[in-house]
Design a binder for this molecule. Structure first.
Ligand code: C2E
Ligand code: MG
Ligand code: MG
Ligand code: MG
Length: 292
């Protein structure tokens, strides 16, 4: 009886594994085709300085418009592709697109507005990343300080010593690094000490209930204080209300990102968005949530 159960469980596990592998292989093929067919785009979400309302930058977020399945969320395909060559290829596409967008922002007159981009684990350990970034800096003649590379603890665990070496090299040229989803990993404090980073992004799961949940509020305010004491910049992600904004600003949070200011803006609508919401590099209007 027990043996039968075990066999059954093994069978289910085996099928599940098989399905996951099949799903991944299908995704990999689809991603390659989607790249060729131009189904990927970026959306840009503004990051606004809490006190001055100056536009600090935009985070570039990948969007996949699938002809049959519609919009596929990055959370539904990036983790599956995490370690594949296709993610590295897609990652290069994202980086190049970010350079093009910064160039657009420069032409628009926003010379100091930066772009933050998410790197995946495979992309980060890929030895060609520094060369690729170097080449783009030359091609676009843009300074590295306009680009921020976002990493999560999961991205970093693979080969931490090599990661630190790469980060140090890229920081020497002027790129900056952010730890994304801070607080959700297992050893945030060890990372913040070890990593040559410039920016800490507090995960949105702490922000959502910060005004109702005392523990979340305490975690946020003490994280902000610690990050500031270490001389780093702190971003709050997932800010949806003016009350949250006010509280974060009073706690000396540097930068606010979230639906309160704007949902991620499709790249095609970026210039119209700037026309409508930004004056002299600062956020001007009452927030309007218009994008998906
Ligand atoms: P992330 O890097 O932590 O990005 C922030 C996510 O929070 C985005 O989801 C954004 O739309 C969402 N968000 C921002 N403000 C709010 C808010 O006020 N309320 C709520 N409910 N959500 C908010 P998105 O665009 O679906 O991206 C999900 C994740 O996919 C990203 O999380 C990132 O880990 C990954 N990702 C996105 N683009 C890329 C990419 O180009 N490369 C890699 N490797 N990962 C990416
Ligand atoms: Mg991010
Ligand atoms: Mg995040
Ligand atoms: Mg995330």
């Amino acid at each position: 009886e027990a043996k039968d159960n075990g066999g059954g469980q093994y069978h289910i596990y085996h099928q599940d594994m098989y399905q996951r592998v099949a799903h991944r292989v299908m995704m990999e093929t689809e991603v390659r085709q989607a790249l060729a067919k131009g189904q990927f785009s970026l959306s840009l979400q503004p990051q606004v300085m809490a006190k001055s309302k100056k536009i600090y930058g935009f985070e570039a977020l990948l969007r996949w418009r699938h002809p049959e399945k519609g919009m596929i969320s990055p959370d539904d395909f990036i983790p599956i592709l995490e370690n594949s060559e296709h993610m590295v290829e897609l990652g290069y596409w994202v980086i190049r697109r970010c350079f093009e967008i910064v160039k657009q922002l420069q032409r628009y007159g926003l010379k100091d507005v930066r772009i933050a981009m998410n790197l995946s684990a495979g992309q980060f350990v890929d030895g060609n990343l520094p060369q690729y970034l170097h080449a783009l800096l030359r091609e676009f003649s843009l300074p590295a300080r306009l680009f921020e590379l976002e990493l999560t603890e999961q991205t970093l665990v693979k080969d931490i010593d090599r990661a630190i070496e790469m980060m140090n090299n890229l920081r020497t040229i002027g790129f900056s690094f952010a730890i994304d989803d801070f607080g959700t990993g297992y050893s945030s404090l060890a990372y913040i000490k070890k990593m040559p980073v410039d920016v800490i992004k507090i995960d949105k799961s702490f922000i959502f209930g910060m005004l109702e949940n005392h523990a979340d509020y305490q975690i946020i305010t003490s994280t902000i204080a610690m990050v500031k004491n270490l001389g780093l910049t702190v971003v709050a992600e997932g800010v949806e209300s003016s009350a949250q904004l006010r509280s974060l600003s009073e706690s000396n949070c540097d930068i606010i990102q979230g639906y309160y200011f704007s949902k991620p803006v499709p790249e095609k609508e970026l210039l119209a968005f700037l026309d409508n919401h930004v004056v002299d590099g600062c956020w001007k209007t009452a927030p309007q949530v218009t994008f998906q």
